[in-house]
Write a protein of this length. Structure first.
Length: 371
């Protein structure tokens, strides 16, 4: 889905009538009424962008300035500018609220800011939320008692914390809202059917579907599994300066993304969209939506001539984008009890390959509006 104006409350459901494609036949999957979704179409699954709202390359800025543009050197010397260590009183409040929620008998999927009050911590979270959306785009919490609380209390406290940054959305076709990032034995070579977070393989720089994503470190790997973050806007500036041809190519809606089987009746097995978007109206921000695994996994269709294969120019663009991200990225190692929240709107993130058991609890929280 393509990003649009940032707003503080979810809009009413959007009714969009589209012509169903005829090239792909899939099993029936009855859709729920979109009016039940907080953001209508944007939380009802994967969709193509509204092509009439896409802007051509010449409308994009030559350079971006402001707090969303940062260099790793700004933060490497002073981690205090992007970390928040939970105080004993904040941990106590979080734990007491989690206990009360569990005692209420409400299902975990029913958790919300209204039934998980954090009167003290909420003020801190509001400020951090503003920085996530309009500032550097990431924060690292430290000191979450993941080893002291059981799995249920840990999950409750973690999800409850997330509700003060946004409302959670499902992460896959199974409707999971809280996932485990761990190696479950899936074959990372089968990229057309496997989600890479279910393997120990390296994750290249990418953005997830929610506006914000959270990662709670429950268990560290014996080796690897480290995190890298980069400012999308710093990457854009670098591409414009060094590789404007690549920047231009990445703004074209010629990039096919694999749905990896998460397809409803009448949908194709892929979406077609650009990698960089320009927000229509509003603040005119530049957004990035990319995951190379989802772009490279469509050879089962391109080999048959159903969709175009990646051109040599596109392959080069993917390499230059990844290389630029690696060169500009801030590297961090998550310890047990660390929670990383970041904005998918203007941050790309990656994870190194790992060995041994590594467990991260993954939460997508959604607060802003996409068109």
């Amino acid at each position: 889905m393509a990003p649009g104006a940032l707003i503080s409350e979810p809009p009413s459901a959007i009714n969009i009538v589209t012509k169903r494609p005829s090239s792909t036949t899939t099993p029936s999957n009855n859709q729920a009424d979109r009016s039940i979704f907080p953001d209508g179409i944007r939380t009802s699954g994967q969709h193509n962008p509204i092509y009439s709202l896409l802007r051509p390359y010449q409308d994009f800025p030559k350079s971006i300035t402001g707090p969303t543009v940062w260099q790793k050197e700004q933060f490497e010397a002073d981690a205090t500018s992007w970390t928040h260590r939970f105080t004993p009183s904040e941990v106590a409040e979080l734990g007491a609220t989690a206990d009360a929620f569990i005692a209420s008998g409400v299902d975990l999927t029913g958790i919300s800011k209204s039934n998980f009050p954090l009167p003290t911590l909420h003020r801190t979270l509001e400020a951090l939320r503003a920085d996530l959306l309009d500032g550097k785009g990431f924060v690292l919490f430290k000191g979450f008692p993941a080893t002291e609380w059981g799995p249920r209390k840990t999950a409750t406290a973690y999800m409850g914390l997330g509700t003060h940054l946004g409302y959670f959305v499902s992460q896959n076709g199974r409707g999971h809202v809280l996932g485990h990032v761990k190696d479950v034995g899936d074959d990372a070579g089968q990229i057309h059917r496997v989600r890479i977070y279910r393997t120990a393989a390296r994750q290249f720089f990418h953005a997830d579907d929610g506006d914000l994503v959270g990662l709670l470190c429950v268990h560290r790997a014996a080796e690897g599994g480290e995190s890298d973050l980069v400012s999308v806007h710093a990457v854009w500036n670098e591409l414009q300066q060094r590789h404007p041809d690549v920047a231009e190519l990445l703004t074209r809606p010629i990039w096919y993304f694999d749905r990896k089987g998460e397809v409803s009746e009448g949908q194709e097995e892929w979406t077609r969209q650009p990698v960089f978007y320009l927000e229509p109206g509003g603040k005119g921000r530049v957004y990035c939506k990319f995951d190379p695994y989802y772009v490279r996994s469509l050879t089962r269709f391109s080999d048959k001539g159903i969709i175009p294969p990646l051109s040599e120019e596109q392959k080069r663009a993917i390499e230059i984008l990844e290389d630029t991200c690696q060169r500009l990225a801030l590297h961090m190692i998550l310890e047990v009890g660390d929670i990383q929240f970041l904005s998918n709107a203007h941050i790309l993130h990656a994870r190194t390959a790992y060995k041994g058991e590594c467990l991260l609890a993954w939460l997508l929280v959604l607060r802003t509006c996409f068109f």
